[in-house]
Design a protein around this ligand. Structure first.
Ligand code: 13P
Ligand code: SF4
Length: 322
């Protein structure tokens, strides 16, 4: 089948299913181009929740699709490949996370959305890299904070906001591979370039950065900072697709990994293909299934996140009793 025939089929099925297609910035360009909306993990959750469509296909990783399902249980939420996981989810198994949570029953558990529905169900509030500062700042200063599963994001927030946090030792297998030594060399080659980095990078890499933020914040920097036309980008290269569209005049350099591998590509995001999207729309599966009791428990932490993101106030539990 030709590429155009596949695109036509996806469009026909999308109309037939009244489906909304959402894609993350780390997807391949051809997937981003067929999506109704492309964004960071917060934006995708918000768009998925507010959509009127009965079917949402999320081209990203599974925890992103789970967030949409938890916020909108009545929708059918399709994933092109159910194996599109995330190392942060793998690094935070429920039983171990629960044991850690029980060791700190008086703390507020703040959990990155890059986590399983089960871990969300024992969480007080979720965050993404775009709303984390706002949410941590809303937690009373006298409360202890547990932050997981990404220790780099947690360490970055703790330092920036001057809030002590107990950190879970998880990391993103993609972002920890950037080399600070090679980044230093690249900066010497391009002294006018602005270094922009995702907070999942190691601290030694973040120390080189002029801007640290979510994927949408990094894209915004390239789009809006017209005084600069060279950027060194320390995040997954899928985002170059939108950066190039926004600033065809700018020169973009991928921050290097140690060795000569292309290992800064997220292997999970790259599992999705146009053919799998077509199949999911045709078959209405794979679709996210979360057991009702787990879903309603996990929803509490996501609802609190959404409310705080909208600027509403929330109440905090005194103690963890799970
Ligand atoms: P964003 O929320 O910044 O898009 O990040 C999601 C992610 O998985 C980064 O690795
Ligand atoms: Fe998970 Fe890292 Fe991939 Fe993001 S880039 S989905 S944190 S493995």
């Amino acid at each position: 089948m030709s590429a155009q025939a596949l695109l036509n089929e996806i469009q026909e099925l999308k109309i037939k299913r009244n489906a909304l297609i959402l894609a993350h910035y780390y997807e391949d360009g051809d997937i981003q181009d067929i999506a109704d909306a492309v964004g960071d993990s917060l934006f995708l959750a918000q768009e998925g929740e507010k959509a009127k469509n009965p079917v949402v296909l999320l081209a990203g990783v599974t925890f992103m699709a789970e967030s949409v399902k938890i916020l909108s249980p009545d929708k059918t939420v399709l994933v092109p490949d159910p194996n599109a996981g995330c190392s942060l989810v793998d690094h935070s198994p429920y039983e171990k996370y629960l044991a850690w949570r029980r060791q700190h029953p008086d703390a507020i558990a703040v959990t990155y959305v890059n986590s399983s529905a089960a871990v969300k169900s024992i969480t007080d509030v979720c965050v993404t890299s775009s709303n984390a500062e706002k949410i941590v700042n809303a937690i009373p200063r006298d409360r202890e904070i547990l932050f997981g599963p990404d220790r780099n994001l947690g360490r970055y927030l703790s330092k920036k906001l001057d809030r002590p946090m107990t950190l879970w030792p998880g990391s993103c297998e993609v972002h920890v591979l950037f080399s600070s030594r090679k980044l230093h060399e690249l900066k010497l080659e391009h002294p006018h370039a602005r270094v922009i980095a995702h907070p999942e990078c190691n601290e030694v890499v973040l120390e080189h950065a002029d801007v640290i933020g979510s994927t949408s914040r990094l894209l915004q920097e390239v789009r809006e900072n017209r005084a600069v036309n060279e950027f060194i980008v320390a995040t997954e290269p899928g985002i170059f697709h939108q950066m190039k569209k926004a600033r065809p005049d700018a020169r973009l350099y991928q921050a290097p990994a140690e060795g000569s591998c292309a290992c800064n590509e997220c292997p999970y995001m790259k599992m999705n293909t146009l053919a799998k999207i077509r199949d999911a729309l045709r078959d209405l599966k794979p679709n996210v299934q979360i057991e009702a009791d787990l879903l309603s428990k996990a929803r509490i932490s996501l609802d609190r996140m959404m409310a705080l993101t909208r600027g509403e106030s929330v109440t905090w539990p005194e103690r963890f009793n799970g």
